[in-house]
Design a protein around this ligand. Structure first.
Ligand code: IN0
Length: 305
């Protein structure tokens, strides 16, 4: 199932030790299921909110079921009993970490169902619920496995925010073109400096403003880099290190590709498969991470006008 709902993530997870691998895999699928409920625009708010808030209880119910989502996510929801069953077989320490994060994330998602992302603080708060908490949860799982010290919450949070903000930037066009209209996560406080409506960024006559706004968003995401490097530098276990470092390098690579690039407003901007393969193959030590971050940062520098 993990291989169906994610592309490269399934590969990176496989190299973790068995116990931690199972816990992370279940955590990932629980979060994907929660996300599927949040994303499904066909569910009325009064139905959706109670499900989000009670999701952490449903994972303990062997035959809980809620049909929603489409394609591979529909399969995940239909077959969710396998996820609960596997969850119930995890050690208590892992279960409690997953339950706690699912509870806080569900409540945060419910809060934002009817709330727009206006300010940069709203943006950080929303990203905290959907991604920063994933960082906190993973840090707890790593600690519970006995392989790592417990990381600071602020650093764990930044790891998630950096990945999520990169996705939000990269997915502008896909999200704005979605029918029925999906919610947008670019904060008004940033885009309103450049255009009157967020969708104006995709029109050709606004190309100059669009790229300026994009660069503002990329610069905002880059504020988390220092924390991310600190977090990764403190990891001891080589497989946990690779598990964390590969998505981070993919993120800074994606930001470098997006920076000053009007194509973000025209189509899909993604790192080429060959480059992804190189990142997965060549990320082993902190020196590799510093090297990759340096190289991608250098790609952004000359692009500055
Ligand atoms: C993740 C993160 C993730 C991995 C490793 C360490 C992390 C530390 C803190 C926070 C998150 C961490 O990684 C995945 C990566 C992923 O799913 N990539 C997609 C590619 C894509 O284009 O979407 C793939 O198909 O391979 C991630 O993006 N998220 C995530 C979710 C759950 C877990 Cl357990 C770990 C999602 C998110 C919202 C960014 C946290």
């Amino acid at each position: 199932m993990l291989h169906k709902v994610s592309r490269s993530f399934g590969l990176v997870i496989q190299q973790l030790d068995t116990d931690l691998r199972n816990a992370v895999c279940i955590f990932y699928l629980v979060l994907r299921a929660l996300d599927t409920v949040e994303d499904d625009t066909s569910i009325p708010t009064d139905v959706k909110v109670p499900i989000l808030i009670a999701f952490h209880k449903h994972i303990y119910e062997r035959d809980w079921h809620f049909a929603c989502g489409s394609k591979e996510y529909k399969v995940l929801m239909d077959e969710f009993h396998h996820v609960s069953k596997a969850f119930l077989e995890l050690e208590k320490g892992y279960q409690e970490a997953i339950e706690d994060i699912t509870k806080r994330m569900g409540a945060g998602m419910a809060k934002f169902i009817c709330k727009e992302v206006e300010t940069s603080d709203d943006y950080d708060e929303y990203c905290h619920y959907v991604a920063g908490l994933v960082g906190l949860g993973l840090s707890k799982l790593f600690h519970a496995s006995g392989s790592e010290d417990l990381a600071l919450d602020s650093l764990s949070n930044s790891m998630g925010l950096f990945l999520q903000k990169t996705n939000i930037i990269r997915d502008y066009l896909e999200d704005i073109n979605e029918i029925p209209k999906s919610r947008m996560f670019w904060p008004r406080e940033i885009w309103s400096k450049y255009v009157n409506k967020l969708e104006d960024l995709k029109y050709e006559e606004n190309s100059v403003k669009a790229v300026e706004c994009l660069n503002d968003m990329v610069t905002n995401a880059l504020t988390h880099v220092e924390d991310c490097l600190k977090y990764m530098a403190a990891l001891r276990d080589p497989s946990i290190f690779r598990f964390c470092a590969i998505p981070q390098i993919m993120a800074i690579g994606t930001l470098a590709l997006c920076y000053n690039n009007i194509e973000v407003f025209r189509g899909v901007v993604k790192m080429r498969r060959g480059l992804t393969a190189k990142v997965i193959d060549r990320t082993k030590t902190m020196a590799d991470v510093y090297g990759a971050f340096y190289d991608f940062a250098c790609m952004m520098k000359p692009k500055k006008l």
